[in-house]
Ligand binder design. Structure first.
Ligand code: NAP
Length: 296
């Protein structure tokens, strides 16, 4: 038996189509198109690619995109000043500061400057704090873990009472993924670089989210038969035998884990396309909040 494939590419397309329809409905109702502002500091090629993808997706879905690039030596005041301007700009509904920022900048202070109502990445301390509290809801949920949850839910995976193991405790993926799973009544174990007996811990998981950034670390004998496995890891491996000179893989050894898991979301083709789809969804949500169409 092989696992059921959780096809992030197809599911993300559905999400984007729904977002595009919401944008069209907003515009037809006389509202301006939702606007996303991206802030990039310095010249990080990977960040430039990500920001470019987000801008193109905005245009494709009928949204506005505003792009700002500051020099690598921009001061804290300059970055925060730009964010404050964007907070005050009514055409901007969502503000995305592309991480990581150069080392001399205080990342948390920059994220704290973003208006909570425009924090479409969900990294503002207030949004993260609400995510961590029982009975409270953040205005926005971080896009990658939100994408993981959407994939699981869409596939009919049961959260209630499930044992979930999250590999990784980063602010961007692991920790918010764990908080989201707790909110859905899973019993959650968070693993990191000091966790002992990792394979044994993972084998207890009905739901396993791998976000450690270690090439194909999750093997077949780490996975409980029938478990749902979400691979967040993304790695580009140089390989001269491939046409492009490289191939992409994740944190999960797909071929062997596929033989034992109940569901599997691969990398590439899983969480990656979901992240950008959820960002677009959050931007439309921000526009609706700004227009008083959603009460928060
Ligand atoms: P990160 O900030 O480097 O965090 C990695 C986490 O994994 C840390 O908590 C670390 O533990 C833990 N870890 C590292 N090596 C480990 C090991 N051998 N055993 C157990 N735990 C280990 O990474 P991230 O930003 O969360 O990203 C994780 C992966 O997801 C990367 O491959 C990244 O490219 C990918 N990613 C994909 C998307 C997407 O949209 N598809 C978005 C974001 C990230 P400590 O805390 O103890 O250091």
């Amino acid at each position: 038996m092989t696992a059921k494939l959780i096809d992030g590419t197809a599911i993300a397309k559905e999400v984007r189509e729904a977002v595009g329809a919401e944008v069209a409905a907003l515009v037809a109702a006389g509202y301006p198109p939702p606007g996303l502002a991206t802030v990039l500091v310095g010249e990080n090629p990977a960040s430039e690619v990500y920001v470019g993808m987000k801008q193109r997706m905005c245009k494709k879905l009928g949204m506005e995109s505003f792009s700002y690039t500051l020099p690598v030596d921009a001061s804290q005041e300059e970055v925060e000043g730009l964010v404050k301007e964007l907070n005050d700009n009514p055409a901007v509904n969502g503000i995305l500061v592309q991480l990581p920022l150069p080392k001399h900048l205080d990342e948390e202070a920059v994220l704290r400057t973003i208006s909570v109502e425009k924090d479409i990445d969900g990294f503002h301390p207030i949004n993260i704090g609400r995510l961590a509290q029982k009975g409270r809801e953040p205005l926005f949920v971080p896009c990658t873990p939100d994408g993981c949850m959407y994939l699981l839910e869409h596939s009919g995976v049961e959260f209630n009472g499930a044992n979930a193991v999250v590999l990784g405790r980063s602010n961007i993926v692991g920790m918010p993924a764990a908080l989201l799973l707790v909110k859905r009544n899973a019993t959650v174990t968070i693993c990191h670089s000091r966790t002992k007996n990792l394979p044994e811990v993972c084998r207890q998981a009905d739901i396993l989210i791998a976000a450690v950034g270690q090439v194909e670390i999750v093997k077949k004998d780490w996975v409980k038969p029938g478990a749902a496995v979400i691979d967040v890891g993304t790695h580009r491996i140089d390989d001269d035998t491939k046409e492009k000179g490289y191939y992409l893989t994740g944190d999960v050894a797909f071929d062997e884990v596929n033989e034992v898991a109940g569901w599997i979301s691969p990398s590439p083709g899983g969480v990656g396309p979901m992240t950008i789809a959820m960002l677009m969804r959050n931007t439309v949500r921000a526009a609706k909040i700004a227009h008083g169409l959603i009460e928060v």
